[in-house]
Design a protein around this ligand. Structure first.
Ligand SMILES: *Cc1c(COP(=O)(O)O)cnc(C)c1O
Length: 229
């Protein structure tokens, strides 16, 4: 199947899942996850109307984005070492994967030079699996308070990756828990903290995530096909 056809199908599924759960389909945005895909695949999706792309590796992002249109909205979704932040500064519209204050401080420092604010999501490891990155649910509030103090950081919401399941329905409790946590943080009314975005759902489970309130779904293989590492 072509990237264009895959994109059309994913977008239809997003619309259907939104309507089914009584949501405006415009409240869900698709992040096309293009890690390990060549710039030509990104271009193909862009020409088919896709605007937002998510990358996982800082150097790969830098090399790929420099070959592509400035109209693309880039998000960074992968785990990020502080010494790689310089490759992103001013180029990514949203960093989904902020899991520690030291990383938020480095983003703050690198974005200061660009004169823009760095929009971030706090990545929460809801399942507590050792292999997953993310702050714990109990520490997320504290991370929000500390990161909110940084002048060039704007906190926009939360992101999570549930454990992998064959059945998407099994991911539902994790999505629900992220939403509950975001409501809890929003209630604190911490200055400079907005909880408008919930980044959750991938190729295998994005419809369930939409039913549970996702505003950003990160979909890779359903658009680009299986990854070849
Ligand atoms: C790779 C990746 C995705 C997309 O995964 P697919 O199963 O290919 O849709 C989403 N989010 C993150 C953080 C990823 O690393």
């Amino acid at each position: 199947m072509s990237i264009e056809k895959n994109l059309r199908m994913v977008n239809e599924r997003i619309i259907n899942a939104s309507r089914r759960s009584g949501r405006d389909p415009g409240s869900v945005r698709l992040v096309a996850v293009s890690k390990t895909q060549p710039a030509s695949a990104v271009l193909e999706a862009f020409k088919a109307g896709q605007l937002i792309f998510g990358e996982n590796y800082a150097q790969e992002f830098r090399d790929k984005s420099s070959q592509l249109s400035g109209e693309i909205e880039w998000h960074f979704i992968g785990s990020l070492q502080s010494n790689k932040v310089k490759y992103l500064a001013g180029l990514t519209k949203l960093v989904h994967s902020v899991d520690r204050i030291s990383l938020a401080r480095e983003l703050d420092k690198q974005w200061e030079k660009t004169g823009q604010k760095c929009n971030i999501l706090l990545q929460v490891n809801i399942s507590g699996e050792q292999t997953k990155s993310g702050t714990t649910a109990s520490q997320a509030m504290q991370l929000a308070r500390e990161a909110a103090q940084l002048p060039n950081i704007s906190i926009r919401g939360l992101m999570t990756m549930p454990p992998f399941f064959d059945q998407p329905e099994l991911a539902r409790p994790y999505f629900r828990e992220l939403r509950r946590l975001s409501q809890l943080i929003a209630k604190e009314k911490i200055p400079e903290v907005r909880m408008d975005e919930l980044s959750m759902g991938m190729s295998g489970d994005f419809e369930v995530a939409i039913e549970e309130g996702a505003t950003l779904v990160r979909v890779g293989s359903a658009i680009f096909g299986e990854r070849h590492y």
